[in-house]
Design a protein around this ligand. Structure first.
Ligand code: ADE
Ligand code: ZN
Length: 379
């Protein structure tokens, strides 16, 4: 077991650097695709009884706001705006050319979620789409940091809408949802403190709030300033996640490990640091990989550069995730198909990925065992 982690300073490789060139995405069966400028829900012609869809699986890196489609945005506009905007205007919000532009698009979408009913609608539609892909459990980031910093309003009333959708999803769809309160790292530790302390305060009444995380722009703020806040959150019984090594080199991942993150979002740049690869393998730190996201934001320039398969072969604890499916024209089923068709994962490999998603979740042991049994017996 390693106690302290070294900070390496590695020149950014193309995979971790930035470029505004749009990447041609995988399109295993000619579905989805298009640029971020032409966002459509992913409508793949997948065999509904396909192995991937039937696999009971968890999604562990999914932002509620990033599941809102242009169609839903139009509906939200009809609820609040004196002049409702149309589908083209909604789609225009989804334009971005690089990672910074993506964060602005994410903020723009979030700003259209204004009431508890809006959050309920977004969460319910998300739940329906998840259940349709064979997802049995999801741990969903909600950007409380954006609500506080940009909207300057209370979060609890909005959360009640999410909870209504969660309870409905559980009873009508058999899908369980946990919430992870996400802070925006480049707003700084004081803003993050408000987010994490709200999670700690609400958790006794709402045990569905399982953890906290930091998203946003790693190039502007590393993990270290959040060290004490992470310790405080852990003391409060919250689980710790962090976006790490998405837009910066391996030092961002060391930093997240050093402050106690249990699960890492993206971890794209670990591939450049053999010592870090060794630690991730030895400690079986779950990695929330998001292939389409990395290609769409330009964090990874070419599909063949993505480390998914190399991580898997090196024995790392890999999970597949969709991150912001409406912004990235993907969904979890599509990510599994990418793994299968582009990275040559076999059916047994896919079963292992699904199994990892259950093991790496924050579910209680009994539920994990029950789902893993179903997973193992699936033919
Ligand atoms: N917020 C939503 N999606 C994000 C991502 N991929 N990286 C950082 N912050 C985010
Ligand atoms: Zn994310």
């Amino acid at each position: 077991m390693h106690g302290l982690y070294r900070f390496v300073s590695v020149a950014l490789s193309p995979a971790a650097g930035f470029n505004t060139r749009r990447t041609e995405l995988f399109n295993p069966s000619g579905c989805g695709g298009g640029s971020a400028a032409t966002v459509h829900p992913v409508t793949c012609s997948v065999d509904p009884l396909s192995f991937i869809r039937r696999l009971p699986k968890a999604e562990l890196h999914l932002h509620l706001e990033g599941t809102v489609t242009p169609e839903t945005l139009v509906e939200l506009s009809g609820r609040h705006d004196s002049v409702q905007f149309g589908l083209n205007e909604a789609r225009a919000l989804f334009h971005y050319a690089d990672f910074s532009g993506f964060l602005l698009a994410f903020k723009a979408v979030t700003e259209h979620l204004r009431s508890a009913d809006d959050y309920e609608l977004a969460a319910w539609r998300m739940a329906q789409r998840l259940a349709g892909q064979g997802v049995v459990h999801a741990e969903v980031y909600v950007s409380v940091g954006v609500v506080y910093y940009w909207r300057r309003c209370e979060f609890e009333p909005l959360f009640l809408g999410m909870e209504r959708a969660r309870l409905r999803a559980e009873s009508e769809l058999g899908l369980t949802l946990y919430w992870i309160f996400d802070a925006v790292r480049h707003f700084g530790p004081d803003e993050a403190a408000r987010v994490f302390r709200k999670a700690a305060e609400m958790r006794p009444q709402f045990p569905s709030i399982v953890g906290i995380g930091i998203g946003g722009d790693e190039r502007r703020t590393g993990a270290e300033p959040f060290r004490d806040l992470y310790a405080e959150a852990r003391e409060a019984g919250l689980r710790l996640t962090a976006h790490a090594g998405e837009t910066v080199g391996p030092e961002g991942i060391w930093g997240a490990l050093n402050i106690g993150a249990e699960r890492l979002g993206h971890a794209l740049s670990a591939i450049h640091d053999p010592e870090l690869m060794g630690v991730l393998a030895e400690r079986q730190i779950p990695l929330e990989l998001c292939v389409s996201s990395n290609l769409r934001t330009g964090c990874c320039l070419r599909p063949e550069d993505h480390p998914l398969r190399r991580y898997f072969d090196a024995g790392l604890m890999v999970t597949l995730n969709s991150d912001d499916p409406a912004l990235f024209l993907s969904d979890l089923e599509h990510e599994y198909r990418i793994a299968q068709e582009r990275f040559a994962f076999t059916q047994e490999h896919l079963r292992e990925l699904a199994s990892n998603s259950i093991e790496a979740s924050f579910l209680p042991a009994e539920r994990k065992v029950e789902i893993l049994r179903r997973l193992e017996s699936l033919e």
